[in-house]
Design a protein around this ligand. Structure first.
Ligand code: TYC
Length: 102
């Protein structure tokens, strides 16, 4: 009655990554025309970064060509990309912001 090898009735639950919603990286791209101060302002305004954090990330993009600004749910990532693209277009800057599944 107390056989330790008797596993019948035990259930193993396996947690899988697919149980969580997919995450999306929001990327900001370098270009030759958007002013550095404008990019810093965008990062502060739409991503809640401090001036120092924004300036550092802007310089990374300026030097490396691209950087991840943050990782969000699909809806939040889509909203942020839209806000940045809209704001850049309204100010007639060619700044590009995209999203990519993680
Ligand atoms: N390369 C731009 C310049 O020299 C600055 C810049 C930085 C533009 C980051 C876009 O995502 C960007 N004025």
């Amino acid at each position: 009655p107390n056989d330790p090898d008797d596993d019948v009735g035990f259930v193993t639950k396996t947690r899988t990554r697919s149980q969580r919603p997919p995450l999306y990286k929001v990327l900001i791209l370098n270009d030759d025309y958007t002013p550095m101060e404008f990019v810093v302002h965008v990062l502060e305004r739409f991503f809640g970064m401090t001036h120092a954090q924004s300036f550092e990330l802007m310089l990374t993009v300026h030097k490396k060509g691209v950087a991840v600004v943050g990782v969000f749910s699909f809806e939040v990532a889509e909203t942020k990309v839209g806000q940045v693209m809209d704001f850049a277009r309204r100010h007639q800057h060619p700044l590009q912001c995209t999203m990519e599944k993680e």
